[in-house]
Design a protein around this ligand. Structure first.
Ligand code: ATP
Ligand code: MG
Length: 554
């Protein structure tokens, strides 16, 4: 392997050891989403970790829908999850699986456990089971049905399957240890009765396996070698091991836990996002203010930037949160050398060059990316009437203001030196038009005689610029006050979305397609919105501003 042993993360070290000892020859990992919502940045970490390990070790990566719970699952989510996993670059090839395809084998495994005296049908209600389970300090009480004969258990379980019992009337429990210090081992329920239709198996089943029983079997059936999950399952590992052992799988998979990824100041919980969607605070699961993978894609993040972010976060055994600014750092770094720089005026004022011939247009050449020559150049038309940004003009500037004001000479980016002569205001006192003269000898923005100008401002040619909508984002929750109010409501930031409907962009960016992105001079990186952009009115999402005070953690 390419890296030194000590710099390898703890999961790689486990795999290295398994390979060295010969207990594993080829590895197989999986990403097992429950199709009950959209994937978010945390899932991206799991996807890239699992698919990355498979690639690194020349192994296999499975995409498996963990669809054993018919209450919450929706087919709609299956498609969105596939799209997201594919977009991230995790390739499952032909290894797409559905846990519900294993219902028959899971049933047979349960029968096998009964035959071995390792499972029994219980008549207790859910509340009774909870009460019998005991506490961390007291052992549990034996289920009155724990000593049923194998024959009786087989008959009752068969009847459960045949639909003889109502929901909750009977359950199948694993027979392990009611006194175990690990509560998960106190005869956990492994099958329940649920008269519900399943999106894949329809009404074929009215009993469904519980997660802790189903998951290890799914892994074992697929030949998964390393079943990587998050830390909250650490206490479930003894049960995982018990299931694969008692089911007598030949090459049992191994569960390994790592810490979940948490981001500060963003909403990741499914139920909170659902609320934002239902209350129409956001415009869907892919609203660019969210951190679902669909939202990040729509905002203009790239798979490479997310990979970089996940790599920087590293893999650990202890929970911690990562600053959202680190994700912004990663997208900035990724786009820096990849995207063309264009001029966009977000809050326009008309600039008229009085001494520029009416009806004349010239094509000026602009370098696409100063740091990456290979991106080439493009042209922009220059003419008598332009737009500049309102913030680049002041009637009565303070000291050290070097942009446009009456009497001052500035450089129009890549074009000419211009000197402001006068301006026009409307009845409300708002500046509507600025007049200036240009120096034809300063073409290209170069000084003809060594005289210096301190300000350079961007512009767009009025008759040729494309009108566009620009959306600026801030965090959806207030950073200072935290995500949730004391009463559990969301602490929303009223400025999380700013819509600018009268922006002008250079013709070069006018025909951009959904997901295309650019650097807008001085404003940041912007991406064409895939949902609302039209040919007449392109919509650009600000992915990230250009600068930040963020420092990578050491
Ligand atoms: P959530 O409740 O946040 O939507 P979940 O755990 O219910 O997440 P699943 O579909 O069950 O979602 O998860 C699929 C896989 O993604 C699991 O292996 C889970 O451990 C992993 N995963 C979920 N959230 C994170 C996270 N924040 N960081 C890393 N991995 C995660
Ligand atoms: Mg879940």
């Amino acid at each position: 392997m390419e890296r030194e042993a000590e710099s390898r993360n703890f999961i790689e070290q486990i795999i290295d050891k398994d390979i060295a000892e010969g207990s594993v020859t080829a590895i197989c990992t999986r990403f097992p989403p429950e199709p009950n919502g959209y994937l978010h940045i945390g899932h991206a970490k799991s996807i890239l970790l699992n698919s990355g390990l498979a690639r690194q070790y020349g192994g296999k990566f499975n995409l498996r829908f963990d669809d054993t719970n018919p209450t919450k699952e929706k087919v709609e989510f299956v498609e969105s999850i596939k799209e997201d996993v594919k977009w991230l670059g995790a390739d499952w090839e032909d290894r797409l699986f559905f846990a519900s395809d294993y219902f028959e084998e899971m049933y047979e495994t349960a029968v096998k456990l009964i035959q071995k005296g390792k499972a029994y049908v219980s008549d207790l209600t859910a509340d009774e089971i909870r009460a019998y389970r005991g506490t961390l300090t007291e052992p549990g009480k034996e289920d009155p049905a724990a000593n049923r004969s194998v024959e009786e258990n087989l008959k009752l379980f068969e009847e459960m399957k045949e639909g003889k019992y109502k929901d909750g009337e009977k359950v199948l429990r694993a027979r392990i240890d009611m006194a175990s210090p690990n509560m998960n081992m106190r005869d956990p329920v492994i099958y329940r009765v649920a008269h519900m239709s399943h999106h894949n198996t329809g009404d074929a089943w009215c009993i469904y396996p519980m997660y802790d029983f189903a998951h290890p079997i799914e892994d074992a059936i697929e030949g998964v070698t390393h079943s990587i999950c998050t830390l909250e399952f650490e206490d479930h590992r003894p049960l995982y091991d018990w299931v694969v052992r008692e089911a007598e799988y030949e090459n049992p998979p191994k569960q390994i836990e790592f810490a979940k990824l948490y981001l500060t100041n963003v909403v990741t919980g499914k139920r909170y996002i659902k609320r934002l969607v239902e209350e129409k605070i956001v415009d869907g699961w892919d609203d660019p203010r969210l951190v679902s993978i669909a939202a990040l894609r729509r905002r203009g993040f790239t798979p490479e930037s997310i990979q970089k972010f996940v790599d920087l976060c590293g893999i650990s055994k202890s929970n911690s949160s990562v600053d959202y600014a680190m994700l912004e750092y990663c997208i900035r770094e990724d786009l820096k050398l990849k995207r063309a720089r264009v001029m966009a005026v977000l809050d326009p004022i008309k600039l008229i060059i009085d001494n520029y011939p009416e009806g004349q247009t010239e094509e000026l050449t602009i370098v696409n990316n100063m740091e990456n020559e290979s991106l080439g150049t493009h042209t922009v038309p220059f003419c008598r009437e332009l737009y500049i940004d309102r913030e680049d003009f002041m009637e009565a500037p303070p000291r050290k203001y070097f942009r446009m004001f009456p009497g001052n000479e500035v450089r129009l980016m890549q074009a000419y030196f211009v000197t402001c002569n006068s301006y026009v205001k409307d009845e409300e006192g708002k500046v509507t038009e600025i007049h200036c003269t240009y120096d034809p000898a300063s073409k290209g923005g170069n000084s003809p005689d060594g005289r210096k100008v301190k300000g350079t401002i961007h512009w767009a040619p009025a008759p040729y610029a494309k009108r566009a909508e620009v959306r600026l984002y801030e965090n959806i929750v207030d950073e200072e006050l935290g995500v949730y109010n004391e009463d559990g409501s969301l602490n929303l930031n009223p400025n999380s979305l700013t819509v600018l409907k009268n922006c002008y962009i250079e013709p070069y960016a006018a025909d951009a397609k959904a997901y295309d992105s650019f650097q807008f001079v001085r404003q940041g990186y912007f991406c064409v919105d895939a949902k609302d952009s039209t040919e007449d009115m392109p919509v650009f999402n600000r992915i990230v501003s250009l600068k930040s005070s963020y420092q990578l953690p050491k």
